[in-house]
Design a protein around this ligand. Structure first.
Ligand SMILES: Nc1ncnc2c1ncn2[C@@H]1O[C@H](COP(=O)(O)OP(=O)(O)OP(=O)(O)O)[C@@H](O)[C@H]1O
Length: 226
């Protein structure tokens, strides 16, 4: 399968703290990859570099055959808006908006008119078992419901890559597995590539492949053990 996104020998330090020390990772179109590793090993930093949020000090990021790290901030921001979706640990829904408006947000930001954006958002509520919750605000949702709303928001614009940073980290294990079931089936249906940061083996087991980040580098797990 063709590579859709990759990091080549990426290095990045925060001041004197090296977060990535030559990280290399290639992900194929439609693949679901779990990025695992100890706390502070560089998982989130790698995800942020791949997503064009952070720019590496050296090395290259490629998406769909093009360099990302050499783009201007404005071009990286358009890329994130138009091609990528995001789900974070604490849903980060906008509290003033209804659940439906939260889901519609990426569409509204890319210029889709409000009635059409809301129609597309509403379709996700039934799909994710959220029927009847469209008008709730985030404070009126359970953690699992809020995270499913965040998942719908991450996928509504049919991104090529979904970046998920500990998407189940704030949920109990059963709710976390339900969210993962929905994430994986929706991603597979849309052909979305998923890069999932998690430290939970049960969550990583949903992925097609697991990689380990240790001391700012990426290794296949079996190479760590030897
Ligand atoms: N904004 C920042 N400013 C300074 N140092 C940072 C920043 N972000 C990350 N770091 C440091 O970079 C290193 C890698 O952090 P990163 O968040 O990528 O690790 P992680 O593997 O995702 O950790 P965790 O599992 O705890 O979330 C750590 O030493 C961290 O303290």
């Amino acid at each position: 399968m063709s590579v859709v996104i990759e990091a080549r020998d990426v290095k990045l330090s925060f001041g004197r703290t090296p977060a990535l020390r030559g990280a290399t990772l290639s992900v194929s179109a439609g693949e679901i990859v779990a990025v695992m590793g100890p706390s502070g090993s560089g998982k989130s930093t790698l995800l942020h570099c791949l997503a064009g949020i952070l720019v590496p000090d050296s090395g290259e990021i490629h998406f769909a055959g093009n360099r990302v790290d050499t783009l201007t901030e404005a071009a990286r921001s358009s890329l994130r808006r138009d091609r990528f979706g995001f789900v974070f640990q604490f849903g980060q829904l906008v509290p003033e908006l209804t659940a439906a408006e939260n889901v519609a947000l990426p569409l509204l930001l890319s210029g889709v008119r409000r009635p059409r954006a809301l129609r597309r958002a509403y379709a996700w509520f039934e799909r994710l078992g959220l029927d009847g919750l469209e008008q709730r605000r985030s404070g009126e949702l359970s953690g699992g419901q809020a995270q499913r709303v965040a998942l719908a928001r991450g996928l509504v614009a049919e991104p090529q890559v979904l970046f998920a940073d500990e998407p189940t980290g704030a949920l109990d294990s059963l709710t976390g597995e339900q969210v993962m079931d929905l994430l994986v089936s929706a991603a597979r249906e849309q052909g979305t590539t998923v890069i999932l940061v998690t430290h939970e083996p049960r969550i990583a087991a949903y992925a097609d492949r697991e990689v380990m980040v240790r001391d700012g580098r990426v290794n296949a797990p079996d190479r760590i053990a030897s």
